[in-house]
Design a protein around this ligand. Structure first.
Ligand code: HAM
Length: 423
């Protein structure tokens, strides 16, 4: 096979038709289930202002410091969105969504971009679905968000997952904990990894999430954030755990879970799957009560999550869970000769207007080759037409699965097929 002169960029893949059917099935499921939770879809641009992402996620995060695709054009700085929490908050503030009343319960599906080193389950263009609930500080909102996340996996039959849960506290608790953590790490500052040294002053909490071997001993002996939560954060965390328990949603507390963005407050969670290999996080999220204000809005508590769709599809494949249906078409018109071909072309719109999917050969192939093609296309019926059929105004309707044929006027064929297929 000839090599293509042009290829996709590293870590960016084409989703080809057989795959797209899986994606569509997944997207349909998400939309149907989101409606059951009374979440509304929001769509924001693929590009945002770089400043929004830097401000929203935090200058020292891996995403901002190493992974954003950014460029400028004239005076403007563009970034391909690496996630949707900050953009949704931007949209909430910009469009005064608070004025719609109540809490805004938004969901999204779409591509995100991070210049990471690609591997299985990690791409540079990948897709997330997620939820952001803005305007509620109630633990019910946290639990509804987690519940929706789990619900999608359960609907698909992915049950072998672990929900990791933590509270990273409110600003007061965090300040207290940061001071304690820093005094624990300080005597060994020189032994910390370079990245942890950089984070020490501005964002010591992220050190807990370090993957660097040299940081291990100091993280393992560090005091736990959950011991430094103030009354308010502790009560909120207890309520989240209580509601989850009432719902029968199992969780594992992980005091080292701090997540990769700086905007989190109080609840933080991740959903892990043993079926994924190294990139085992199916989804993650948490509360971000300060982000709306940070971005220029009124103080507004909020909570959300996002899930990786490629990882979800990998999990389905590993578990043998089928997604989507086989390629198929209701009717394939098989023609012999020019007049029949002309007839076929004129009947396709009638079949489609009647609600059926219909196609015919575009390549001038023999009747035998057209029958083969109809099988390849997984056609339920063929209508076979040549000069005789045209003269008699009766056409052969072949049920491809049952291998049965009848000779009927086109109107009757249409009536039969409509009866079978159109609700
Ligand atoms: P995140 O943990 O960065 O959170 O991403 C959520 C999920 O997106 C991950 O658990 C993973 O499944 C998937 N993901 C992330 N990066 C990649 C990648 N390079 N390739 C494939 N999949 C990937 C967020 O994005 C937050 N905005 C979640 C959130 C919403 N927090 C509050 N609201």
């Amino acid at each position: 096979m000839a090599q293509s002169k042009y290829t996709t960029h590293l870590g960016m893949v084409d989703i080809l038709p057989d795959e797209v059917r899986k994606w569509q099935a997944l997207e349909n499921l998400i939309r149907i289930e989101a409606e059951k939770f009374n979440f509304e879809e929001i769509r924001t641009p693929i590009m945002e202002q770089t400043e929004l992402i830097v401000r929203g996620l935090g200058q020292l995060t891996d995403i901002v410091s190493k992974e954003i695709f950014a460029f400028s054009r004239g005076e403007d700085n563009y970034v391909l969105r690496p996630e949707l929490t900050a953009p949704v908050v931007r949209s909430y503030v910009e469009n005064h969504l608070d004025q719609r009343g109540g809490s805004q319960k938004l969901f999204y599906i779409g591509p995100m971009f991070r210049a990471e080193r690609p591997q299985k389950g990690r791409q540079r263009q990948f897709h997330q679905f997620g939820v952001e609930v803005l305007g509620s500080d109630d633990a019910v909102a946290d639990v509804e968000v987690i519940s929706f996340m789990i619900h999608i996996y359960q609907k698909l039959g992915i049950t072998n997952t672990t929900l990791k849960l933590n509270s990273v506290g409110d600003p007061e608790s965090r300040e207290k904990y940061k001071a304690v953590l820093k005094s624990h790490l300080k005597p060994n500052f020189d032994k910390l990894s370079e990245i942890s040294q950089k984070r020490f002053e501005k964002n010591p909490l992220r050190i807990l999430d370090s993957k660097e071997e040299e940081d291990r001993p100091f993280i393992e002996t560090a005091p736990l954030i959950t011991e430094y939560l103030n009354e308010e954060s502790r009560t909120h965390y207890s309520k989240v755990k209580e509601y989850l328990t009432d719902l029968g949603i199992q969780f594992e507390e992980d005091p080292y879970l701090v997540r990769g963005m700086d905007y989190y407050t109080k609840t933080a969670f991740e959903l892990i799957s043993p079926d994924l290999g190294a990139q085992d996080a199916l989804a993650g999220g948490g509360r971000y009560d300060l982000l709306v204000e940070e971005i220029g809005g009124q103080p507004t508590p909020a909570v959300g999550f996002a899930a990786g769709m490629e990882r979800l599809i990998i999990a389905c494949e590993e578990l043998g869970i089928p997604l989507g249906t086989e390629k198929s078409v209701d009717v394939y018109i098989v023609t012999l000769g020019d007049a029949a071909r002309k007839w076929g072309v004129s009947k396709l719109p009638e079949l489609r207007m009647a609600g059926l999917s219909a196609t015919m050969d575009y390549m001038g192939r023999s009747m035998k080759a057209q029958m083969k093609d109809a099988n390849r296309e997984n056609a339920s019926f063929t209508i076979i037409v040549g000069d005789n059929e045209l003269n008699e105004e009766k056409f052969t309707l072949r049920n491809m699965k049952a291998s049965e044929e009848s000779s009927l006027p086109f109107d009757e064929i249409l009536a039969n097929l409509e009866y079978l297929y159109v609700d």
